[in-house]
Structures are given as C-alpha cells and as structure tokens.
Design a protein around this ligand. Structure first.
Ligand code: NDP
Length: 322
C-alpha cells in the first residue's frame, strides 16, 4: 500500500510518501480501507518527536473508511461498514488497522470527508466544554486560535451552551470566520495585547475560563485574564511547550485552577467515546454544527500540508485523500 512514513523525526521533509507493507488485523482489530484522512496539529508533534513514537512510523490520528477485513472475535462490525476513528496512530496511508472498540459507525447521510474532519477536533471541543470545564449559560471564556480546527468547533459549541466567547486569531480573515462561528468579541493577538483587550471587554473582571492551545506564547497572559477562582485549560502547545512553572503563580490571580487535559482520557471507555462522537455527528447531521473544510490534498502532499498548518496558513480543517 502507499503510505507516508517517518523514518527520522524532524521537519515536514521527513514525511516520505512510499510503499509500505499492508497491515493485517489481529484479534479484536479491523483493517480499514481509508477514504479520507483528518490532519491535526498532533501529527506535527509526532513528526517532530515532541510526542514519542518509535521510528519508522506512519503518522496521522484520524480517518474514515470501509471495514475491509476483520480479526477474530468481532461481532459489532461487518465487512463493508462505513466507519471513522480518532486517536490511533497510522492514518496517513491507504489502509490502517484499528481496534474495533475505537471505531464509530458513520451515519448514512454523512460523507467520508465530513466524518474524517469532525471526530478528533469535535470530540476535543466537546470534552473541553462539557467535562473539563462544563460551561454554564452566561459564562465568559477566552479561546485562542479560534479559527483553527478545534477553535471553530469549540466556538460554536460554547455558543449553543449559552457562553460568551472572546476569541483570538492572527488575521482579519480568521477574525471573520471566528465571528461567523459565534464569537462575541475577536482580538487580533498578532497586533494587539490580548490581555489588555480582555480586561477592557470584561470591564476589568476577567473570564471564567481560558482554553489555551497556543501554549508558550500565550500562557502567562492567559492566566492574567482569569477571574479569581477561574480555570486555565492548557490543551495544546502550537507555539511551543510552556516552560516548567512554580504552582505559586496560581495564588496571586485569585486561587486559580490549572489543568492540562488530553482527549484520550476523555474517551477512554467505549460508552464515553460513543456518546461524544454521537453528539458531534448528530449536530453536524442536523446542521447545527458547521464544518469548515479548508482544503483536501493528496496524501503524497502531506509535507506541504504540514508546512501550511505549522505556518498558521490554514483555517478550520485540512484533509488528505489517499
Ligand atoms: P489549528 O487548526 O488550531 O492550528 C493551530 C493554530 O494555532 C494556527 O492556525 C494558529 O492560529 C495558532 N498558532 C498560534 N501560534 C502558533 C505558532 N507559533 N505556530 C503554529 N500555530 C500557531 O490546529 P488543531 O485544531 O489541530 O489543534 C489546535 C490545538 O489543540 C493544538 O495545539 C493541538 O495540539 C491541540 N489539541 C489538543 C487536544 C487535547 O486533547 N489536548 C486534542 C486536539 C487538539 P492563528 O493564526 O489564529 O494564531
């Protein structure tokens, strides 16, 4: 089969499109013929070696496709079923082997592309807003990179829960998208001081929660945007990791809370996975959650796609087609 492999970690040029052995499903596993691949920022961390994966490996954590061959002991899935999955490494390929218990059936009305675009970032937006910090009606939040994949979905979900979203983005075009998704205020953090802007917008009060996936460049100022007893949710590091910190920094801002969540811990069992994926697929199906698919590229162009994502030149979701 054709696949993108990483033989040594590093820059986008380390994504090599080549021939790879067809994997074979073991007990409880399914061979998927991949039809559409979701690109996520976590793929960059794997490629760079920031998140460990032993080389050589096939990157990619999300795809949709057709169940082609079943390992022993599978009852819920049959060959020909349309399925999607997230958080299993190896999706930048024509085929992948996935544990049956990680597979989500795709609703009949949904295209493969939407299914591969929605799951990882959608379930992330879901757990952050429903479980990490369950948003109450009237809550105010600060969300960085609001026109990104997670960002546009989280903005819409927060709005439907009745929260007020203060969004940051780097360009006017991204600002328009964030507004369209439901952000009440949009700050161009590339041009103005977002801490000062948040204080102005909230009349000095601060926000209940910050969802920060940018990390190094925004973390300190994000903490300063919180109300006393507010919650800092650091869920990514698109600009680089936050340096080690002294827990005492949570005191002067008003007994702040800090958490560093990860999707895998919020879809750890099948019931929770199905519940979050079910909500996301249903909201898309009924039209209340809109996907923004920025581009669909050939799998052989994965390295170009990584360059675009890393240089902040994407909006919403980017897909690869095997
Ligand atoms: P995005 O589409 O959001 O792309 C990243 C965005 O981050 C860019 O478009 C850019 O938006 C912003 N950004 C700010 N500074 C930088 C920088 N120095 N380099 C690159 N980008 C920068 O990606 P995803 O939606 O795939 O993921 C968003 C974040 O969420 C990532 O950090 C990812 O790791 C994290 N994540 C965490 C999960 C978890 O469970 N913990 C699960 C899924 C994602 P702008 O131009 O507007 O600044």
């Amino acid at each position: 089969m054709k696949a993108v492999c990483v033989h040594e970690t590093g820059g986008p040029d380390k994504l090599v499109y080549e021939e790879a052995p067809l994997p074979s499903p073991g007990p409880g596993q399914v061979l998927i013929r991949i039809r559409s691949i979701g690109v996520n920022f976590i793929d960059i961390y794997h490629r760079k070696g920031m998140y460990p994966a032993s080389t050589p490996f096939i990157p990619g954590m999300e795809a949709s496709g057709i169940a082609e061959e079943l390992g022993e002991g599978i009852t819920e899935i049959k060959p020909g079923d349309r399925v999607a999955y997230a958080m299993t490494l190896g999706s930048y390929a024509e085929y992948a082997v996935v544990e049956a218990e990680r597979l989500i059936p795709i609703p009949e009305s949904m295209e493969f592309e939407s299914a591969s675009a929605a799951l990882l970032q959608g379930m992330t937006a879901h757990y952050l807003t429903h479980s990490t910090f369950p948003l109450q009606k009237g809550a105010t939040l600060l969300l960085h990179a609001a026109a990104g994949g997670v960002g546009l979905l989280l903005t819409q979900i927060a709005r439907r829960m009745g929260a007020y979203v203060i969004a940051t983005v780097s360009t006017d075009e991204k600002a328009a998208l964030a507004r369209e998704a439901g952000a009440g205020d949009v700050v161009l953090y590339s041009r103005s001081d977002f801490e000062a802007e948040v204080k102005r917008i909230t009349a000095g009060t601060g926000v209940d929660v910050v969802f920060d996936s940018v990390g190094r460049d925004t973390f300190d100022k994000s903490l300063n945007c919180l109300k006393p007893r507010g919650t800092m949710v650091l869920f990514g590091q698109s600009s680089g990791p936050v340096p080690p910190l002294d827990p005492n920094i949570l005191n002067p801002g008003g007994s702040l809370y800090l958490t560093r969540p990860n999707l895998s811990h919020y879809v750890a069992d099948r019931a929770e996975l199905l519940q979050r994926a079910g909500d996301i697929f249903r909201w898309i199906d009924e039209g209340s959650l809109k996907m923004h698919i920025d581009g669909v590229f050939s799998l052989r162009d994965a390295s170009e796609v990584h360059q675009l994502l890393e240089s902040r030149n994407t909006r919403g979701k980017v897909l690869l087609r095997p």
